[in-house]
Design a protein around this ligand. Structure first.
Ligand code: AMP
Ligand code: GLY
Length: 418
């Protein structure tokens, strides 16, 4: 099977790498890709936001499966354009991707499907904003309604900061604060059958100890040794399947990757957000442990034949990714800093170095984005995976590199309580 991955980040590198390891996959193409993806795929310089250009490329290459990585092309209708050419595509339609593209739409679907989530008010005027902030009280949770690459959410005790963020959004969702550990639970679905993946945990804040602003994600690991028994079955039954069924009932069939961001609160598991694509960086450790052929699973989902396929199997052990970000992230990012040590991280520390914002300049690998790369390691347990990943991180350097030193540290110390 010939495959084409759309996107340019760490998630796309991890997916392309997993596809290249699937014996049924004969070719991996990527557009536009990055220098890391170039090691496992043939790159094509096509704008991922242009549905016609992507569909043209898929047709010209004669691929059997297109995998759309990021949310923005999905919301722009790339999957629709590919399917219109009769080519299988893993990723929801523009309409179904509104589950991520509009928080208000997601809340409406959850209400109809009786999926537990935070109480929320959708506000458009200052009076509505003020009333909602006062109704919930601190900590304030203020979310830009549209896509914001994981950075549209402010959680703060500071009412003035909450108000300022809310006023800067066109339409804003203000909601109840959910207390408790967070879990990222992904599912592959064809719109009917739902196959959950292993639970993972992501680290959103830029600094150690969950300090500083939210980012796209600074690290992740899977599985979660502290997860309550039955978590996956419970979320499948109460969150994933009802959401997929509700979207099908509305005629907005969701096929692709349904990402449930969950909080395990004292009053049960609740949805923080849905995304319509694989999470980044959670995909890096998940792909490191996936023991099933990825191409087979994604093609079956794209073709509505998931029920004919075996559910995903997992290798034993733990996988962990530590993101290295460029100077200035998340407010800005610095480009052009020379990156050294990626071979040592791979060959000596036995890590996968998954590229996100990298580029080649004058024969050097350089930074070219906020999150630069994710050092991903597999170990027997969390301590082992942490030690390996941080050996890989220590081998890599670039000016201004930022990374967290505490990815999965609490979990490894047994300090996460549900
Ligand atoms: P989102 O973009 O919706 O994933 O939000 C980013 C991050 O903000 C989440 O991963 C949480 O850490 C935090 N967050 C979002 N909504 C809530 C909430 N209702 N209560 C507590 N934290 C939240
Ligand atoms: N890991 C967070 C995200 O992909 O949105």
């Amino acid at each position: 099977m010939k495959t084409l991955v759309i996107g340019t980040g760490g998630r796309e590198h991890a997916l392309a790498l997993a596809l290249s390891r699937d014996p049924s996959v004969t070719e991996v193409h990527a557009a536009p890709g990055n220098p890391g993806i170039a090691a496992v795929a043939e790159l094509h310089d096509v704008d991922p936001m242009n549905p016609t250009a992507v569909a043209d490329l898929a047709e010209r290459l004669g691929v059997d499966l297109v995998v759309v990585g990021p949310e923005a092309p999905l919301v722009a209708g790339v999957a629709d354009a590919v399917r219109e050419r009769g080519i299988s595509c893993f990723g929801p339609s523009a309409e179904a991707a509104q589950l991520e593209g509009s928080k208000a739409f997601a809340k409406d679907v959850m209400a109809a499907a009786e999926v537990p989530t935070a109480l929320a008010h959708v506000c458009e005027t200052e009076a509505e904003i003020v009333a909602a902030l006062d109704a919930f009280g601190p900590p304030y949770v203020v979310k830009d309604d549209g896509l914001a690459a994981g950075k549209g959410v402010v959680v703060t005790d500071d009412r003035a900061a909450a108000l300022e963020h809310a006023l800067a959004c066109d339409r804003v969702v203000i909601e109840e604060f959910l207390d408790g550990p967070e879990v990222s639970l992904f599912a592959i679905t064809d719109g009917t059958t739902v196959f959950p993946l292993q639970p993972a945990q992501d680290f959103k804040r830029i600094f150690d100890g969950d300090e500083g602003p939210n980012t796209g994600g600074m690290g992740a690991y899977t599985p979660l040794p502290w997860a309550p028994e039955g978590l996956v079955e419970d979320v499948l039954e109460r969150v994933l399947q009802p959401t997929v069924d509700e979207l099908a009932r509305r005629g907005t069939t969701f096929s692709g990757l349904l990402y449930a961001g969950l909080a395990l609160t004292k009053r049960g598991t609740k949805v923080i957000e849905f995304n319509a694509r694989f999470g980044d960086p959670e995909t890096q450790p998940l792909m490191a442990l996936l023991d099933s052929p990825l191409g087979v699973l994604l093609k079956a989902a794209a073709d509505g034949k998931l029920h004919e396929t075996a559910p995903p199997r997992w290798k034993p052990g733990t996988a962990l990714a530590v993101v290295m970000a460029s100077a200035g992230y998340p407010e800005s990012s610095r480009s052009g800093d020379v990156i050294t040590g990626t071979e040592a991280a791979q060959d000596d520390a036995q890590c996968d170095v998954i590229h996100a914002g990298t580029a080649l300049a004058d024969g050097n690998l350089v930074t070219a984005g906020g999150r630069v790369l994710a050092v991903t390691a597999v170990g027997e347990d969390l301590d082992d995976a942490r030690a390996k990943a941080y050996r890989g991180v220590a081998a890599i350097s670039f000016d201004g590199a930022q990374y967290r030193t505490d990815i999965a540290a609490k979990a490894a110390a047994g300090e996460i309580r549900v």
